[in-house]
Design a protein around this ligand. Structure first.
Ligand code: CUO
Length: 662
């Protein structure tokens, strides 16, 4: 890596180190004390926004540093967007970075972090720069009170400590069986990064419309719900029930977590009902939802200027996704409301709806914490059912749309690469990982750094590969799509394909070139296009960059690096100790029909990371097929569904106590 890149990478790390304390690094403090964006207005695309930001700061009209920032709070968001537009609008890197230094200690830390992260992720001159893992920048948002308290104690007594973290709840609560999934810090980090790459408040004027953003909103969350249901089945729990606005929220939730300012995340007892908030009623939710349902049933939506736009085509899901999420790209936010976003707020404030007790926001109000609450999946099941309602009204794929003439899958095999693996049997297990807690406590003034870490349990799996035998009548390029579907429901009955398809989990989607005749396609699980590898920890990242600057080692980086992506450890659903059977589907389609980005070669597609759930940052999603194809539409008859380019086998996933030996 060149020195400019390394210096920038190091500066970013220093900027985010001990975010809750004022800067202590001498170089950055010097910038903070000498730089004002007002003296460099010609270096911003929108000087008026810069003046607005500085005005808010100097007049003290910004969110207090120790107040809890919520992206859903209109005023908090307005300030954050002002900062984002300033940072994103800086015309060179130095101005961008110095402005960030200027803002860091003058604004609320998490508000700053969010605006800074989104700007950095979107700036061309920041490609390849790594943000530290979200759970190490703001550990309070990912860990429990118990761990945080012990970390403070360890800091005070200066004892290097490893603190085991327990999942919330107790055995008396069956929901606790799936807490390892909802509370997985890697998944929470993925989810918060997804919402940074595809913000609902994104404006077209920043860098154009983000390709298929609304569809991706549906699909990524659909996959999270499908995966959650698979985890439930593997723990003998029925699939998650959708939340309804006028019914009880049966499960309560005690997050057992504390904000940085010492306020506890509110807990919700069992069987609470939604209440009207001062600015939003339960009736509003029903009215907006009724309008969305009417739109789906009639097959078109009404725009602000009363035009009708059809939903009955492959782009309909994108329109609907924007409407339901309620992004700035909704074709009619006044008429269709902000259903999904408001659902988060309604749940977050359900224990203090009249805002009487100064209770801080619940976990549902932050993308870093939302999935901890089982109600997250209930809300998203409800939302997902709206999308299903729409998809089920579309005409099922015809034989002609499903087939790939001349291409036939002869055989599919999945092989674990650990010793003693049986074909089509894969192994998952729980392991432990360390999280650096030094950002919780500022140890920068101390001479020796005290190592304080949390130990978290997490699902993992043995590496494996797919071996697919494909016969082709001529040389062609193809896209291979891989999905397991739970074979049996909670009652142990085999699920018909038309029902099971909605629970299909995307494991991989990749291009291959086929020669005339028989082809053996092999693909390693590590190459999955839905996951990202384990991120480097904050201290490792810091020391690796410092060593590279001193010339002691190389620092590898990738300009296509994404922070959004399902944690690779969670690629496979857990399965059961005695084995759980999935139907694994492999679908091979025609690359030259599917790929919509002109001139994009399979090699180009291969450079894109985690596009399965996270799309692409710039430009077009290469694969033009509807996300989830071919399981996104009804399958009225199983016989006609099995075209020669689609093959299914049984795959058993077994969860074991001990990590298998490689
Ligand atoms: Cu990601 Cu509801 O959109 O949490």
């Amino acid at each position: 890596a060149d020195m400019t890149f390394l210096t920038r990478q190091l500066q970013v790390l220093k900027l985010l180190r001990h975010l809750n304390q004022p800067l202590s690094d001498p170089e950055l403090t010097a910038i903070k004390n000498s730089f004002s964006p007002l003296n460099h207005l010609n270096k911003f695309k929108e000087p008026e926004t810069v003046k607005l930001l500085v005005g808010l700061i100097t007049k003290g009209k910004v969110l207090q540093r120790d107040t809890v920032f919520s992206l859903f709070h209109p005023r908090h968001r307005y300030e954050m967007v002002t900062l984002f537009e300033t940072l994103y609008g800086a015309t060179d890197y130095d101005t961008f970075f110095r402005t960030a230094v200027y803002a860091r200690d003058r604004l609320n830390p998490r508000q700053f972090l969010y605006a800074f992260s989104v700007a950095l992720l979107h700036r061309q001159d920041c490609r390849g720069i790594c943000l530290p893992p979200a759970y190490e920048i703001t550990p309070h948002m990912f860990l429990t009170t118990d761990v945080v308290r012990k970390a403070y104690k360890a800091k005070m007594t200066r004892t290097p400590t490893v603190i085991p973290m327990k999942f919330t709840g107790s055995v008396n609560n069956p929901e606790q069986r799936v807490a390892y999934f909802g509370e997985d810090i890697g998944m929470n980090s993925h989810h918060s990064h997804w919402h940074m790459d595809f913000p609902f408040w994104w404006k077209q004027e920043y860098a154009g419309y983000k390709d298929r953003k609304g569809e991706l909103f549906y699909y990524m969350h659909h996959q999270m719900v499908a995966r959650f249901d698979a985890e439930r089945l593997s723990n003998d729990l029925p699939v998650v029930e959708p939340l309804e606005w006028d019914q009880k929220i049966v499960e309560g939730f005690a997050p057992g977590a504390t904000y940085e300012n010492g306020q506890e995340f509110p807990m919700r007892p069992d069987n609470m009902c939604f209440s009207d908030l001062p600015f939003l009623t339960v009736q509003d939710m029903k009215i907006f939802e009724g309008r969305i349902r009417d739109a789906i049933a009639s097959g078109y939506v009404k725009t602000v200027d009363s035009r009708l736009m059809s939903l009955n085509n492959t782009a309909g899901i994108n329109l609907l996704g924007e409407i339901v999420e309620s992004s700035t790209h909704s074709v009619n936010p006044v008429f269709y409301g902000k259903l999904h976003n408001d659902g988060h707020v309604m749940l977050s404030k359900v224990t203090d709806p009249h805002l009487r007790y100064g209770v801080p926001p619940g976990v549902m109000e932050h993308f870093e914490t939302a999935t901890r609450d089982p109600a997250f999946f209930r809300l998203h099941k409800h939302v997902d059912n709206l999308f299903k309602f729409h998809k089920d009204l579309l005409v099922p794929y015809s034989f002609h749309e499903l087939e790939f003439p001349g291409v036939k899958i002869e055989a599919v095999k999945v092989i674990g690469t650990c010793k003693a693996s049986t074909p089509n049997h894969l192994i998952t297990y729980f392991d432990e990982s360390h999280i650096d807690l030094n950002n919780i406590v500022d140890t920068s003034g101390q001479k020796e750094v005290v190592d304080i870490k949390a130990l978290v349990g997490r699902l993992n799996h043995e590496p494996f590969k797919y071996v697919i035998t494909v016969h082709s009548e001529k040389p062609v390029r193809a896209i291979v799509r891989v999905f397991p579907l739970p074979k049996y429901n909670w009652f142990g009955q085999m699920v018909p394909l038309d029902e099971a398809r909605w629970g299909a989990i995307e494991l991989d989607r990749f291009p291959v070139s086929l020669v005339h005749g028989d082809n053996i396609v092999t693909r390693n699980s590590e190459d999955s296009t839905v996951t990202i590898p384990e991120p480097r920890s904050f201290p490792d990242l810091m020391s690796d960059v410092q060593k590279a600057i001193r010339g002691e080692q190389d620092f590898k980086y990738d300009i296509h690096h994404r922070h959004c992506g399902f944690p690779h450890r969670l690629l496979l659903p857990k399965g059961k100790p005695e084995g759980m059977v999935y139907r694994l589907f492999v679908v091979v389609t025609d690359y030259d029909k599917d790929v919509v980005a002109p001139g994009m070669s399979p090699d180009d597609v291969n450079t894109l990371s985690s596009l399965g759930y996270c799309g692409v940052m710039d430009g077009k999603m290469p694969d033009g097929k509807p996300m989830g194809f071919p399981f996104d539409r009804r399958v009225p008859s199983e016989e006609t569904f099995y075209t020669p380019n689609i093959k299914t086998i049984d795959l058993t996933i077994k969860n074991v106590k001990q990590k298998p030996t490689e």
